[in-house]
Design a protein. Structure first.
Lengths: 301, 432
């Protein structure tokens, strides 16, 4: 059994099912992407896993035990909506959160200092949160999530508010944690990050799982029929392509899917070469972004 | 239910230590009593002013008896004067507001005992009662004279009486300080009232802050909502208790150090003469003693503060958890205001008649007990069964309040963006 197993989770608010029979499993040493449009039921699912709310049906297993209050210490949860005490100093704040996760005061001090140093934040110990920039606050929040060394991490939009440099730093930390054997659940809307980081994904829409599995397998199953062309010159030639699904079109770039049939583009290749100056011509699998939009919009129809 | 002791302790410690170091706590500990005495001073001053500074009224007196009018006027020369004008003229003047009113004294006043007061706008209770007193004084004296009593006997009857009240205790009798006890009761009752709602309010703000800053989700993923609520209420309550203990120690020490000095420096005879017009001053100076304050009063004070605070703090916390910002809390709190207003309305009733049926019933209602029962205990001898009943009711109701609040809190902390009605809060009670 995986470190985290959720089986048939259901949560209703009145007549409305926020989460409807969601099952998923997250293994040690893997990053699991929990995806879905806004309001799909991701946060509610996470809240059931973290034992903040109780499911109406279904069960959550952590280390093969039914999850309860004592498993909360095994989870590090970074909610999408961040929050810290504005007037309390960084170190004190971290000690408090560490203690709430079962660390002793000394351990909490030790771990807090270790992580502050590791994330280039060693000087902030005695600063109040309100003196810190948004990105700095996010770092403190991230430390509060991981400092008690939980085997399961649930990170909801962990990169929001970070500049590119710190985003890379954080990515590296997450990958290191993965290497250490943590099970990591990542929820984000940025599909590039999912492609870079996630091994498995689960896509939820209207409270139901609509797509799940290994990222590579999912992409493969969609087939290699996405074409990306970057060019300079008269793009009217692309108007001759019909029966395609345009994903993205701008003055110098077009991205589209052939819906499995590549013969049409083959016939046009020569004309394209002769009419425009070609920078890039790429045949690839659809991006997760594409798959996401495809699945979500199909379901809505 | 199994509780995680160490986590509750962490929360208690966090709530306590972050606040005890705050400027707000230090300032309120120092300025609280100052503000309180200023408040008491203002109340005392205003009641003094209202008595002494009754505005002068111009009341013309028409004396058909040709005799008693002048006697009545001599008793109150400030407001009253004799007039020879006709009733019609005076009525005109009253309507033109040149005159506040006129008093008609009929010929047969001694028999009927009735005078007639005509005013533009009632004249106020103070004026009416002063006229009533003066007229009845004159009428009574003349009736007694007619009955054949000597003026010296009448003077004897007029002498004011005084009650020297003594409290019977097991060790004998001691001087009774009914008024002092009433004042102590009033001060303690008001203090407990202010503290209960101040600290209840702190709990509520703390709940709203954690919710508004979205800290609550992180905490809720570590600790159970009931434990968060308990930790918070206990932590802030301990802070309140600390403040009370600081005041008790400071004032207690001050009182016991200052009291003997006061006895030395203030001439007790002087104090007594200004207070009472008594003939036996010699006795009083021997009797002068510090009012005895039973340690039970302090125990009652602390018990009623703690239980009342728990009751209101948990209700306030539940309301705080249901809203996103403080301004919304006020709205939801409106129905509860009745519990806040009632003790204030009845505080004077309880002080005047601490053993009355109304006082007894009101002081047994848990929402009012912390204020009213403390006043009764200070001002009078409350029957033991009433105290025990009140203690049981208090404990029962704060358990109930915590239980209900925990349920509302559980749901409330995760709901954003809508202002729930009272009806919805009850729905949460059933679903949670």
């Amino acid at each position: 059994m995986a470190l985290l197993e959720a089986q048939g989770l259901v949560k209703r608010f009145g007549d409305y099912s926020a989460v409807d029979k969601v099952s998923l499993s997250v293994e040690s040493g893997k990053i699991f992407g929990l995806l879905g449009p806004n309001g799909a039921g991701k946060t509610t699912t996470i809240r059931m896993i973290t034992n903040i709310i109780a499911p109406d049906e279904g069960k959550v297993y952590i280390f093969e035990e039914i999850a309860g209050p004592k498993h909360q210490e095994k989870i590090g949860y970074l909610p999408e909506e961040r929050g810290l005490y504005k007037k309390i100093k960084v170190l004190e704040q971290l000690i408090y959160f560490g203690q709430l996760k079962g660390l002793s005061r000394n351990d909490a001090i030790h771990k807090a200092r270790f992580w502050l140093k590791k994330l280039d934040a060693g000087d902030w110990e005695n600063k109040k949160i309100q003196e810190l920039s948004k990105g700095m606050q996010q770092k403190v929040q991230f430390i509060s999530t991981i400092m008690h060394d939980p085997p399961l991490l649930i990170l909801d939009e962990p990169f929001s508010g970070f500049d590119p440099v710190n985003t890379e730093l954080l990515k590296q930390v997450i990958l290191d944690l993965k290497k250490e054997g943590k099970a990591i659940m990542l929820s984000t809307h940025i599909m590039e990050q999912v492609e870079q980081l996630c091994d498995e994904i689960c896509l939820i829409n209207f409270g139901k799982v609509v797509l799940s599995g290994n990222v590579r397998d999912i992409k493969k199953s969609y087939g290699k029929d996405t074409i990306i062309i970057e060019y300079e010159g008269d793009g009217s030639i692309f108007n001759q392509l019909n029966n395609i699904q345009i994903i993205n079109k701008s003055e110098n770039r077009i991205e589209f899917r052939m819906n499995g049939d590549l013969t049409l583009i083959k016939g046009l290749q020569r004309d394209i070469f002769s009419t425009v100056l070609l920078y890039k011509y790429e045949l690839s699998e659809p991006s997760l972004n594409e798959i996401f939009i495809d699945v979500v919009s199909k379901k809505e129809l | 239910m199994r509780f995680n002791q160490s986590k509750i302790q962490s929360i208690i410690k966090h709530e306590y230590t972050t606040r005890i170091k705050s400027k707000g706590f230090i300032i309120s500990t120092i300025l609280g009593p100052v503000g309180f005495f200023v408040l008491i001073g203002i109340i005392a001053l205003s009641s003094y002013l209202s008595v002494s500074e009754t505005p002068v009224k111009h009341i013309a007196v028409i004396d058909y008896s040709q005799k008693y009018g002048s006697e009545i006027v001599t008793l109150d020369t400030i407001n009253l004067f004799l007039s020879n004008e006709s009733e019609e003229n005076l009525r005109e003047k009253v309507l033109k507001q040149e005159l506040d009113g006129y008093l008609l004294i009929p010929e047969a006043i001694i028999d009927s005992g009735t005078v007639y007061l005509f005013t533009g706008g009632g004249g106020g209770i103070a004026l009416q009662s002063s006229i009533k007193n003066n007229v009845s004084y004159i009428v009574r004296n003349h009736r007694l004279k007619i009955a054949g009593l000597d003026q010296s006997i009448i003077n004897t009857i007029d002498t004011e009486v005084k009650v020297d009240s003594r409290k019977v205790t097991k060790t004998g009798e001691r001087k009774e300080f009914t008024e002092v006890y009433a004042v102590i009761g009033y001060i303690l009752g008001i203090s407990i009232y202010i503290l209960m709602f101040t600290y209840g309010g702190i709990v509520q703000r703390s709940v709203i802050e954690e919710k508004a800053n979205r800290i609550i989700e992180v905490i809720a993923s570590s600790v159970r909502p009931f434990e968060i609520l308990m930790g918070k209420v206990i932590g802030v309550g301990a802070l309140g208790l600390t403040q009370i203990l600081i005041w008790i120690v400071v004032f207690g020490l001050g009182f016991y150090i200052a009291a003997p000095l006061l006895v030395e420096y203030f001439n007790p005879e002087m104090m007594q003469t200004t207070m009472i017009n008594a003939p036996e001053i010699g006795n009083l100076s021997k009797d002068f003693e510090i009012p005895y304050i039973s340690p039970w009063l302090f125990i009652a004070l602390i018990f009623y503060f703690i239980s009342g605070y728990f009751l209101y703090a948990s209700i306030f916390a539940a309301i705080g958890s249901a809203v996103d910002q403080e301004s919304d809390a006020a709205q939801l709190q409106a129905p509860i205001s009745i519990f806040i207003v009632i003790p204030m309305l009845f505080i004077s009733v309880v002080i005047i008649n601490p053993d009355g049926v109304l006082s007894s019933i009101l002081s047994l209602i848990p929402f009012f007990s912390p204020t009213l029962m403390v006043i009764r205990i200070a001002a009078s001898e409350v029957p033991l069964w009433q105290i025990l009943l009140s203690v049981v009711l208090m404990i029962g109701s704060f358990y109930g309040a915590i239980w209900m609040s925990a349920k509302i809190y559980r749901v409330g902390i995760l709901i954003y963006g809508k202002k729930p009605s009272f009806k919805e809060l009850f729905k949460w009670l059933r679903t949670a």
